[in-house]
Write a protein that binds this ligand. Structure first.
Ligand code: PLP
Length: 479
């Protein structure tokens, strides 16, 4: 495809300013005006529109087709939340506008949104307080583990270990390690945490247990009460990775179950999609005993209804992000939660779980499903049988691209070979789900009759199959 400069023709124009109209220029003194024209490509309006429309079609987008990527929950921005986030009173607010007590009214609305969203998240999770500062899920985990460390330090506890089951998200052990802990991994049994394996590694050195729920197999951790009991016995804190909260919101509150820390991914559950490279937001909620360690600043509400930023928390872990977090993402989450309301939140969860189970049932006779029982928002299948004939999960994923679907997550979680992790979300219609399954079943049939064609896939996309190692190691960037 040609660039705009390659198709530029001297003198061709897309807009038609009146000869005498200098636009904004007449506000400026002459010595600040540009002497020469900008070296822009010269095209007609239609050429420009077509150029960008063509470009947009080279990318897969959820505006075009379904996106069954596992562990990414929300895949699209509801349009109304975009409108809310773009309101000029919010979008144009500079983070350096003074926000100390009594300093004007410009920031009151923004502070109220932060305050009220924290309250709503407390309500949804059963936690005592929240910080909205972390910029992503992994950043929230790091914040949460730092809070656990601060708690034990303050109490004079000598704790060095964090336990992470092998069915937890891969960022969990990384976050615990960066926060200075030794990570102890335990093997899951039948797809969930095995209380016996946990008991075997529990001792008084354990600072905390990090649990992903639902875990990376899309399964609910049914042994929760036993896990809570074991943590209590050894004065270990309990961490709930709630990145995929859309599987459970309105149904279970981690705070009620005994958790001390929970992180959510607003960019998975609350109206901002994950997987687009950002921006994200990974708020962290804590139980009563961790409140005093939360990052500063915190938004507080005075008796007269004014909001202000309070920095006076001597035991706080301090700053963990510049300014206040990704405010635009808060606005979308706030609007989304208010619009759904109590019943809407419950419906979203039920639809997400129903859609995943529908796909699981329709596929169970075509793909191996290692833990084939009621799942939450996603399930993990495996192409082990196809792989025996030379068609791997990768080939199936590439085949789906040719049918116009985005590929599911593949080769994650690590505990299932040749896995495809499929998550439909709460928003796709039954017709769309059926089209996806029919196409997938077609591909699986082809893995028997014409495996070679799948090794070639994709053939209909703007870029064919890449040598992924070479693409990363021998990058050549030029026009
Ligand atoms: C996505 C995810 C994370 C990490 O979130 P990021 O925003 O990508 O850092 C952590 N835990 C689970 C269970 C996830 O699905």
């Amino acid at each position: 495809m040609k660039t705009m400069f390659q198709t530029s023709t001297p003198g061709r124009k897309g807009v038609w300013p009146k000869a005498a109209d200098k636009g904004a220029a007449h506000f400026l003194p002459d010595n600040l005006l540009r002497g020469r024209d900008l070296p822009l490509a010269e095209l007609s309006e239609l050429d420009v529109v077509r150029h960008f429309t063509r470009l947009s079609r080279l990318n897969f987008s959820v505006d075009g087709n379904m996106y069954p990527l596992g562990s990414c929950t929300m895949k699209y921005n509801p349009r109304f939340t975009e409108e809310v986030a773009a309101l000029p009173g919010f979008a144009r607010l500079h983070p350096l506008v003074p926000q100390i007590r009594g300093a004007g009214k410009l920031t009151q609305g923004a502070l109220e949104v932060i305050y009220h969203l924290e309250e709503l998240l407390c309500e949804l999770t059963g936690m005592a307080g929240f910080t909205l500062q972390p910029m992503a899920g992994a950043h929230g985990e790091l914040t949460g583990v730092m809070l656990i460390a601060a708690y034990h330090r303050d109490k004079g506890n000598k704790k060095t270990k964090i336990i992470v089951p092998d069915s937890a998200h891969g960022t969990n052990p990384a976050s615990a390690t960066i926060a200075g802990f030794n990570v102890v991994s335990i093997e899951s049994k039948d797809g969930i945490i095995d209380p016996e394996a946990l008991e075997a590694v529990m001792d008084d050195q354990v600072a905390g247990i990090m649990m992903t729920c639902p875990n990376t197999l899309g399964l609910f951790e049914r042994n929760l009460p036993k896990i809570v009991q074991l943590a209590r016995k050894h004065d270990a804190l309990l961490y709930y990775d709630g990145a995929n909260f859309n599987a459970i919101m309105g149904k279970l509150r981690p705070g009620d179950a005994g958790f001390d820390v929970v992180h959510l991914n607003l960019h998975k559950t609350f109206a901002t999609p994950h997987g687009g490279g950002g921006p994200g937001s990974g708020p962290v909620g804590v139980s009563e005993r961790l409140l005093e360690y939360l990052p500063i600043s915190r938004v507080v509400r005075l008796e007269d209804g004014q909001y202000f930023l309070d920095y006076d928390y001597p035991k706080s872990i301090g700053y963990i992000a510049p300014f206040y977090g990704n405010f635009g993402v808060f606005l979308k989450a706030y609007a989304y939660i208010l619009r759904l309301g109590r019943q809407g939140i419950i419906n979203a969860t039920e639809n997400a779980v129903l859609a995943a189970n529908y796909l699981r049932k329709r596929l169970e006779n075509h793909l191996e499903i290692p833990y084939n029982r009621i799942c939450m928002h996603e399930f993990v299948s495996s192409a082990v049988n196809q792989a025996k004939k030379g068609v791997r999960a990768l080939d199936i994923a590439k085949g789906l691209l040719d049918k116009g679907h985005y590929a599911p997550t593949i080769y994650f979680p690590l505990i299932v070979h040749e896995c495809l992790m499929i998550e439909p979300t709460e928003t796709e219609s039954k017709e769309t789900l059926d089209r996806f399954v029919d196409d997938l079943i077609d591909i699986l049939a082809k893995s028997e009759t014409d495996p070679e064609s799948l090794h070639q896939a994709p053939v209909t996309t703007s870029v064919r199959r890449l040598d992924e190692v070479k693409a990363a190691r021998a990058m050549e960037l030029k026009e």
